[in-house]
Ligand binder design. Structure first.
Ligand code: ADP
Length: 517
């Protein structure tokens, strides 16, 4: 049996666990691939949001440039310029530089004149200005910004006058106000429920503008990009509730949990298959033992019967007493054989559910007493001391009298068979809650814990104490007791310690109306 089990275990390992291990490794590799993919997809999405914020700022500056250029073409009409200033409170000043000299078109009263700063840029950044002029001649307008201080920025671009001559234009901007007025509503709209978008000055970690203010934030972003218009400003963007690595991590975790569940299910399945096969093998073994037991048990009485009959037939036995004794033996052995065959057939009927029980309300003690009285002679013959202690006033039970008698006989029979030298058997009745019980206690060899559940299985016999080999049996006695108790919706319990005997209890449900206070 050990060999077959080993073979099964090896087969299970190869057939189930090996493919599972491969699947687990494959899934693990796939998870890290998809983690990378998720990260890339999100990064791309965040990047496109950064671009969209930038192009919006660019558009605002573009419209301003168009309006300044409109004035350049019609310098006598100052309404365009006036409207531009009125509508955009972030504009602090507007200058133009023509032929090396800088003209003031507008200067707000709050800020001091930046003409000197413009001239300084013209001196130091001549190369960049030339580049802007070159772009302009290719019909492309580029903006260049120069910071005056943290908040004030000088935006430089090229416009064309009425004669299509390039003019260097300067718009001085209050940066924070510009971001607040033009970009804050925009980033709010883009951010919606999913993102946090922030604009910050490179010199500060705290943002100038952020799409949401609630809660503490650590100001680290999944993606950061430069603002094209003002390089000193960064656009930071994150997912609102979780970071990209959170999302990827969650995916990995879910994958792992799934793998663990699959593994557990497979292991449980393997264990189930293993234990079912083990049980089947055990059953096959005890079935074959049963057959050899039964054959042995049938052969012995048959041999005795035929021997006595032959002796009688030969007419060798002269004394009448001897003849009577021989007939007695033949009768006893025949009864024993019939009993055994009946027991096997009866059990098979019970198992198939074909046995019909005739339950009636009856007095427990009366039945037990009647059975013990008929059995008494057999006990005495084998020097057993039967001590019966009934509990008076028990409620009535609904049971099949014959079935109860058979269960009791099987238990007493076993007590006799497995008692060796201690020949005291105690039978008692009692009540526990809504149950009435019958107890059979012996002081024999007992049953080890690991066999206690199994002895109720059909054909199961405890072999390691080898008494079962000496003692005849079919392994059906306790299986019959359990069948009977199940049919009565009752139960059978066993308490035992090796060497200290066994206590079996049969619990029957008491009939409700028969309870006495
Ligand atoms: P059997 O025909 O072998 O007696 P049972 O089903 O009646 O079959 O019992 C199953 C096994 O349980 C027995 O083989 C024996 O090993 C063990 N057993 C049953 N009753 C007792 C008992 N009173 N004391 C010790 N062992 C017992």
């Amino acid at each position: 049996m050990k060999n077959s089990l080993h073979r099964i275990l090896t087969a299970l390992t190869i057939l189930l666990l090996f493919p599972v291990a491969i699947a687990v490794v494959y899934e693990y590799v796939r998870i890290s691939d998809s983690e990378e993919m998720i990260t890339t997809v999100y990064k791309n999405q965040l990047e496109s949001i950064v671009s969209s914020v930038n192009s919006y700022a660019q558009d605002v500056a573009g419209t301003w440039a168009l309006r300044v250029e409109q004035w350049l073409k019609l310098p006598n009409d100052s309404t365009v310029l006036q409207r531009l200033i009125n509508e955009n409170s972030s504009i602090l000043a507007i200058y133009t530089t023509v032929g090396g000299s800088t003209n003031v078109l507008y200067e707000s009263q709050q800020s001091e004149s930046s003409v000197a700063y413009v001239d300084q840029i013209l001196d130091t950044e001549a190369g960049t200005i030339d580049q802007l002029l070159a772009y302009n001649s290719s019909n492309y307008r580029k903006f260049q910004s120069y910071p005056l201080n943290n908040d004030r920025q000088m935006l430089c671009f090229i416009g064309n006058d009425a004669n299509e001559q390039p003019v260097i234009c300067w718009v001085e901007i209050a940066l924070h106000q510009f971001l607040q007025n033009h970009l804050a509503p925009r980033i709010q709209a883009i951010a919606t429920e999913s993102f946090v978008i922030a604009l910050r000055d490179t010199s500060h970690s705290a943002p100038l503008i952020v799409s949401e203010m609630e809660g503490e934030r650590s100001y680290t972003y999944d993606q950061e990009g430069d603002m094209w218009l003002f390089p000193s400003v960064k656009i930071g963007i994150s997912l609102k509730t979780q970071t990209i690595s959170d999302i990827a991590g969650k995916r990995v975790k879910e994958g792992l949990v799934l793998m663990v569940i699959v593994l557990i299910v497979l292991l449980a399945g393997s264990w189930f298959v293993y234990s079912s096969v083990r049980r089947e093998i055990l059953l096959a073994r005890i079935k074959s033992e049963f057959i050899s037991n039964v054959s042995h048990e049938i052969r012995t009485p048959l041999a005795l019967i035929s021997m006595y009959i032959e002796t009688l037939e030969m007419g060798r036995v002269k004394s009448a007493d001897k003849v009577e004794e021989y007939y007695g033996v033949i009768g006893n052995e025949t009864r024993r054989l019939t009993e055994m065959v009946n027991r096997i057939l009866g059990f098979s009927k019970m198992e198939k559910g074909k046995h019909s029980y005739h339950s009636v309300v009856c007095d427990f003690n009366t039945i037990v007493e009647a059975v013990l009285t008929t059995y008494h002679l057999r006990l005495v013959e084998q020097d057993f001391d039967l001590q019966y202690t009934p509990t008076a006033g028990l409620p009535k039970v609904l049971c099949d009298k014959e079935a109860l008698a058979q269960a009791l006989i099987n238990l007493v029979d076993n007590a006799m068979k497995y008692s060796r030298d201690s020949k005291v058997i105690e039978v008692s009745t009692g009540r526990y809650k809504q149950w009435v019980y019958l107890q059979v206690k012996d002081h024999g060899q007992g049953i080890a814990r690991k066999h206690q559940k199994l002895v109720f299985d059909k054909f199961y016999r405890v072999t390691n104490r080898n008494l079962a080999h000496e003692v005849k049996g079919t392994g059906l006695g306790l299986a019959i007791v359990r069948e009977i108790m199940q049919a009565h919706k009752g139960r059978v319990t066993l308490q035992s310690r090796p060497g200290e005997g066994c206590t079996f209890r049969l619990y029957f449900k008491a009939v409700k109306d028969s309870f006495k206070a």
